[in-house]
Design a protein around this ligand. Structure first.
Ligand SMILES: NC(=O)c1ccc[n+]([C@@H]2O[C@H](COP(=O)([O-])OP(=O)(O)OC[C@H]3O[C@@H](n4cnc5c(N)ncnc54)[C@H](OP(=O)(O)O)[C@@H]3O)[C@@H](O)[C@H]2O)c1
Length: 286
């Protein structure tokens, strides 16, 4: 496994296994498979509602706690200092662990400043090793880096060949924040696996499109999280450290950028309204 270094000296595996949209009944086995294949970073969140299953798989894996990097995310319903702190303690219980390697604020809405202060205090208490944010665009990221009390270690945002987020990644580099990709395969949408450029690069290297994408992210210095419930794909996605893309390949992938998110632009009033509605629709379920 290759690692990236964070601004607090901790290190994070370059590729992780994400469990978003893996239903509870499949999550334990999926995480066990991923750990057996060699993944050493598991990316979950309070709102994925499978922290308990991740905890069960970690316990059953036979691995020592220090061998696996565990990330979770605070859901916006629990923003504000006290509520965020309590919610992280509940996450640790569900994950059956004394500490999380990384806790992220899931979205840049509501009282994320209070929640961020809670994460920093939990970090001081040793319950959280690294703190970070997610879906923070350059303005929000620079704001919290400047005024939050500590520069976040990580910002996890959507990054894939159709949404390369170069401006955001460059800004993170200037701020000393590690960029982490979610949705590296664009959730399999928009024909990403049959894109002619990606298919051509994959063919030239005798690899799959998924491997080309994860290798492209790795060579950009971006940590990634990918999801699959199929063991063969998990293996395929993990095997990207034994080949290299050329500068020309890298440029061809970068040129696929459409500037459009898979999901939505977090900077719009519509996004704020949507996430506000998510708080209501998920209340009592997270
Ligand atoms: N911070 C955030 O707001 C946020 C948002 C979204 C996601 N995330 C994190 O990022 C992780 C990854 O993102 P994601 O789950 O949305 O999507 P993703 O990893 O981009 O794509 C997953 C999709 O690709 C398919 N797939 C996986 N490997 C494949 C392969 N080698 N060949 C063909 N198809 C393949 C999967 O199907 P099968 O499962 O059937 O193989 C699934 O449909 C999440 O699990 C989560 O941890 C974070």
């Amino acid at each position: 496994m290759e690692y990236f270094k964070l601004n607090n000296g901790e290190r994070m595996p370059a590729i992780g296994f994400g469990v978003y949209q893996i239903p509870k009944e499949a999550a334990v086995q999926a995480v066990l498979d991923a750990l057996e294949i060699g993944y050493r970073k598991i990316d979950t969140a309070q709102s994925y509602r499978n922290e308990e299953e991740v905890g069960e798989a970690l316990a059953r894996s036979g691995l020592r706690r220090g061998e696996v990097y565990v990330t979770t995310k605070v859901w916006i319903e629990f923003y504000g200092y006290d509520s965020a702190k309590e919610s992280v303690m509940r996450s640790l219980d569900r994950l059956r662990t004394d500490y999380a390697d990384l806790v992220l604020l899931h979205q840049p809405f509501g009282d994320y400043y209070g929640a961020y202060r809670a994460l920093i205090d939990l970090q001081r208490e040793g319950l959280v090793r690294s703190v970070g944010v997610s879906n923070f665009y350059p303005d929000r990221l620079s704001d919290i880096a400047a005024f939050g009390g500590e520069v976040p270690q990580v910002n996890q945002i959507e990054i894939n060949p159709f949404f390369t987020q170069k401006e955001a990644v460059d800004n993170m580099r200037r701020e000393g924040v590690l960029a982490e990709s979610w949705g590296p395969f664009r959730e399999g949408k928009d024909g990403i696996f049959t894109d002619p450029t990606l298919t051509d690069i994959a063919r030239r290297h005798g690899r799959s499109v998924a491997q080309v994408i994860l290798r492209w992210l790795y060579q950009l210095g971006i940590s990634s999280n990918c999801k699959s419930v199929r063991r063969e794909r998990m293996k395929e996605n993990f095997s990207v450290f034994d080949f290299a893309l050329t500068e020309e390949d890298m440029a061809r992938v970068a040129a696929l950028d459409t500037g459009r998110s898979l999901f939505l632009d977090h900077r719009t009033p519509e996004a704020v309204a949507l996430f506000k509605s998510f708080i209501e629709s998920r209340r009592g379920k997270v």
